[in-house]
Design a protein around this ligand. Structure first.
Ligand code: JCF
Length: 695
């Protein structure tokens, strides 16, 4: 062979590159394993490692004992005791294509045949998601959790028992009577996505460090020195294998091992399956790929294991990775690219969102050239500058985001990003209220961007559901100034529509029919469609059932609004402000005039025979038989308006024990005062509960 073969003499270039790669990889190893704060995506690390592997393969003289190619994982850090794994903790080889899985299967078959094992046609594999967390080995002795350790370098890990004991899905003692005398179980500790989001939100609010992704959150939490902090992290575990065991006749198959673990209370991933042959593996891979974004936790691929453990033994391991298993990776969700610029997009409520314009990069199957920076605080916190190299992440259907800057690669000439003083769309002032993360354009519906977004929202599926009125058409209609308010949509003519690009006779007719159909709506949809700040679908529905009519809602003051379940002062203020705005009242009247209508709503105000119907009531003092909230809800359901302040318009004051100034004021104003007994008579015995919720 010529050219690419193994060579005895090493070109200076290659030696220099190998040294540079080794240094860089060592630094990334340290960042990842010791600091739990990687600065480059895994995909980039893998590329660097593979480049070094290729160099070393061509020039074996370049291999040094400390080369990152010569080991798995990292050295333990000071602060944790070392733990020798009784059996090495294996890692997994990677495959990135179907061909590599084919080759894996061929290797297995050849080795088994060479060892005189008669292999069936469809060799059985255990297939499971590859959880993106931190590897853990837990030792149970006589059924009691004795020790927990990280993988470390596979032979020696760190003692993290104190932290692992805080994870609720890790049993402190095994269930059942037949627990082995010694059982080392291997698994993956992870932070589910929802918990990760919640944790980061809270951490950011407290001004604490946020985690870059759920995997680092899991790894970082395990290596916490203070277990009380770990206990507050939403960690979970899936077990996938065993190490050393004593006093257990281990079953023949991997799948049966997992079943036994399950019986001892050691949970494994519920999505694991036994599949047949390469076909079965690839089919599983594809199925899981379509579900990847819907899973509760991050995965970075799937794992296939030869199910029969006698075959596993025959196949053995190479350099700490088993020959009998492989990780089939999904496309990376994080990649590196360069920020070419940052622009501010204006949303429906005027919020300015910084968006990074990127050097296009292929991430998880699509080319990404824009990524959100969320808001100006996030941009500052991450210190993103134009010219920076950043990690972009695209997970599922969510908008790609800039995760972090790779500061090691920051050039000299980066440019800072400034919050614009004026709206980039309409030129109105941009304001940023004290203490808020979001800056807003003050242009309201004068701003074309806000108009556009308001119309988009109005037409969307869960709002007025105007089928066929997409983003592109809305943009055209707004640009041509044919549509300024939602009501203008209902006055569109076929001629106006056909004047737009790519709209023919047929689609114009379809759209007019869709508009006609959407006129017939429901009150909750209509309220949602109005785009009142903080009023999502659920709040819109709650407002509709509570007030029953648009008029009642329009007339409600903040107290009345706050008597709706889950409506607090912020939402109440936004609702009030929305209806108080003349422009909004005009648009609503215009919409009604255009024939927008809905059937009557069955309200929570069940009867207008109730003595409380339409009455304004104030609750004061302490009630003994029920909580204030329950009393409020019960009164609202009977049609009363429960408000907080006593005035001459108050119909009744209901006074519990230790009623103070409100009772005095009621007496001064001559407002009727009732006691708790009267209240209970009104709201009926069925609603009487004590403060613990007992009937
Ligand atoms: O989910 C995982 N991250 C995972 C890692 C699952 C497995 O079944 C594994 C693993 C690492 C090594 N099995 C081995 C042998």
């Amino acid at each position: 062979m010529s050219g690419k073969g193994v060579s005895e003499s090493v070109p200076a270039e290659a030696a220099k590159r190998a040294t540079a790669l080794r240094d860089e990889l060592a630094q990334h190893n340290y960042n990842y394993h010791i600091l739990d704060a990687p600065t480059i995506p895994d995909a980039e690390y893998d590329r660097l490692l593979r480049e070094l592997e290729a160099l070393e393969a061509s020039y074996p003289l370049l291999v040094t004992p400390d080369s990152p190619t010569q080991r798995v994982g990292a050295a333990p850090v000071a602060g944790f005791a070392e733990v020798q794994h009784a059996e090495p903790m294996l890692s997994l080889g990677n495959a990135f294509s179907d061909d590599e899985i084919d080759a894996f299967s061929k290797r297995l078959r050849d080795r088994l045949i060479a060892a005189d094992v008669e292999t069936p046609v469809g060799l059985a594999f255990l297939a499971e998601p590859k959880i993106d967390g931190a590897a853990i080995s837990i030792r149970y002795e006589y059924g009691q959790l004795a020790q927990a350790a990280t993988r470390g370098d596979g032979m020696t890990g760190e003692d993290v028992t104190h932290n692992v004991r805080t994870i609720k899905s890790v049993p402190l003692r095994l269930q059942g009577a037949h627990a082995p005398t010694v059982l080392e179980v291997r698994g993956e500790v992870f932070m589910p996505r929802a918990g990760f989001e919640r944790y980061n939100r809270d951490a950011a609010e407290r001004g604490e460090k946020v985690f870059v992704n759920p995997r680092n959150a899991a790894a970082g939490s395990l290596r916490q020195l203070d277990p009380r902090l770990t206990a507050r992290r939403p960690l979970e575990v899936f077990f996938y294998g065993i190490g050393k065991v004593e006093g257990w006749d281990v079953p023949l198959r991997q799948s049966e091992v997992l079943k036994c673990l399950e019986q001892w209370g050691l949970r494994s991933c519920p999505d694991a399956e036994v599949v047949e042959g390469v076909e079965g593996c690839l089919d599983y891979y594809r199925r899981l790929g379509t579900q990847r974004d819907k899973l509760a936790y991050d995965i970075d691929g799937v794992v296939y294991k030869v199910d029969r453990r006698d075959y596993q033994r025959t196949l053995g391991s190479i350099s700490r990775a088993p020959r009998w298993a492989i990780a089939h990776k999904f496309p990376a969700q994080e990649e590196l690219t360069i920020v070419r610029g940052v622009e501010f997009q204006v949303g429906r409520t005027g919020a300015l969102t910084p968006v990074a314009r990127l050097e296009p990069v292929f991430v998880a199957g699509v080319t990404v050239s824009n990524a959100t920076l969320h808001n100006i605080d996030e941009l500052r916190r991450k210190d993103v500058r134009i010219g920076d190299t950043v990690i972009v992440r695209r997970a599922g259907d969510v908008i790609p985001e800039v995760v972090q800057v790779v500061f090691d690669r920051r050039p000299q000439d980066t440019r800072l990003v400034e919050l614009p003083e004026y709206c980039p769309v309409c030129g109105s002032d941009v304001v940023r209220p004290e203490g808020e993360a979001v800056a807003r354009c003050t242009g309201g519906l004068f701003c074309a961007a806000q108009r556009r977004e308001a119309l988009r929202h109005f037409a969307s599926r869960k709002a007025m559901d105007i089928v066929g009125l997409g983003t592109k058409l809305i943009d055209q209609l707004v640009d041509a100034d044919v549509v300024r308010t939602p009501a203008d949509l209902f006055r569109l003519t076929a001629e106006q529509l056909e004047a737009m690009e790519r709209i023919g006779r047929k689609s114009a007719e379809n759209l007019l029919a869709a508009l006609e159909k959407s006129r017939e709506t429901t009150l909750p949809r209509f309220l949602f469609a109005l785009g009142i700040r903080e009023v999502g679908e659920a709040t819109a529905a709650a407002l509709a059932t509570h007030f029953g009519t648009l008029e009642a809602l329009q007339g409600a003051d903040e107290d009345a609004l706050q008597s709706v379940p889950d409506v607090g002062p912020v939402v109440a203020t936004h609702v009030r402000a929305f209806f108080a705005e003349q422009h909004n009242a005009d648009v609503i009247n215009d919409l009604l005039a255009c024939g927008v209508r809905w059937p009557e709503v069955a309200t929570s105000i069940s009867t207008n025979e109730s003595p409380l119907y339409g009455k304004t009531v104030v609750l004061t003092g302490t009630l003994s038989s029920l909580s204030r909230d329950d009393a409020k809800a019960a009164l609202s359901a009977l049609g009363a308006k429960v408000v907080s302040a006593v005035s001459s318009k108050t119909d009744f004051v209901i006074a519990g024990e230790k009623a103070g100034s409100k009772l005095a004021k009621a007496e001064a104003l001559g407002v009727a005062v009732m006691d708790e007994r009267q209240l209970c008579e009104w709201i009926g015995p069925s609603l009487q509960t004590d403060k613990l919720g007992n009937a």
